[in-house]
Design a protein. Structure first.
Length: 99
């Protein structure tokens, strides 16, 4: 089985996420969502900051099989950007593009 290097989270502008302090500090994020949104499933809206001190966050899994970058539920984009969702308690994968 071939090993695939997962795309990195190149940007996260969701300041209300516990993993975002001067960039994403989660080891990996998951993308899910319904009805045309690609939600960051790792988003946690707490005042406590979490994650690793030194990290290069990546996409762990993508459940949006309708995205042009999704191949067998793996993200094939070069990198992903995460930004605010439609409500204050969500974050979205801004790289998502419907196939």
């Amino acid at each position: 089985m071939a090993t695939l290097e997962m795309p990195h989270v190149s940007e996260c502008s969701v300041s209300s996420c516990s993993y975002n302090h001067d960039g994403c500090h989660a080891f990996a994020i998951n993308v899910g969502g319904t009805n045309g949104t690609a939600d960051c499933g790792t988003f946690i809206p707490l005042s406590v900051k979490g994650g690793l001190d030194v990290v290069s966050p990546q996409v762990g899994a993508c459940q949006r099989s309708d995205c042009q970058y999704n191949s067998n539920l793996e993200c094939t984009a070069a990198a992903v950007r995460i930004g605010a969702g439609e409500s204050s308690d969500t974050a979205n994968c801004l790289t998502y593009s419907k196939a």
